[in-house]
Design a protein. Structure first.
Length: 212
């Protein structure tokens, strides 16, 4: 067989096959509607599945981001609660200090009112009796009221030059009049030393006597 004839036959067969394929493709929906619908359904389902798989692939990152955000908000909430508790504790401490200061203030006002009443009534505390104990030579030095002022001041100075521990038993054995006289002939530093050497009750009495 001639080679050119063979090529023509092959070309005709290929062309016929292509024509039949194209005709079948376009006529397939009409020739087999059920099969065509099945194929379309499968394609649609495949497209949906691909979209679902794509969304699923994206979900882990989204979930991680959401989880991290939730954890951050939870930690922030706990931190805010802790700060609130700390502020509440500070407020409670400030209130406690304020209450203590107010109580001390009320106590001082009460004491001041008592002193005012005593002054208005012209009253005063009666000088205490001399206590029965040997006060030593230092007590005798300040007991004489008729001594000259300069000499008395020198004796007071000598007495108040003692250490507080040495001065304490001596001062607490003196009468109220003697303490008042010593206080009035002393300087500021000596007065503070004298008050420190007295017990609280006698120191308070001395201050009340001086303020009258």
């Amino acid at each position: 067989m001639d080679k050119s004839v063979l090529l023509k036959i092959i070309g005709i067969l290929i062309a016929s096959f292509l024509v039949i394929t194209l005709v079948t493709f376009f006529l397939f929906p009409y020739l087999n509607e059920q099969k065509y619908e099945q194929i379309q359904t499968e394609r649609l389902q495949s497209s949906v599945d691909e979209q679902v798989f794509t969304d699923v692939d994206l979900m882990p990152e989204s979930n991680i981001s959401g989880t991290g955000r939730f954890a951050y908000l939870q930690q922030e909430l706990l931190r805010q609660k802790q700060e609130n508790r700390n502020w509440e504790n500070r407020v409670d401490s400030v209130l406690a200090v304020q209450n203590s200061v107010e109580q001390e203030r009320d106590s001082l006002f009460t004491e001041l009112e008592n002193l005012k009443e005593q002054i208005e009534q012209g009253g005063g505390l009666i000088a205490g009796n001399r206590q029965d104990a040997d006060s030593g030579n230092d007590v005798e030095m300040v007991a004489a009221a008729d001594e000259p002022t300069e000499e008395f001041s020198e004796r007071v100075k000598s007495l108040l030059n003692l250490d507080e521990e040495e001065l304490k038993p001596i001062a607490n054995q003196m009468t109220q009049d003697e303490l008042v006289r010593i206080y009035r002939h002393s300087g500021n530093i000596q007065r503070e030393k004298l008050l420190r050497s007295l017990n609280p009750e006698r120191a308070a009495k001395l201050m009340r006597e001086i303020m009258l």
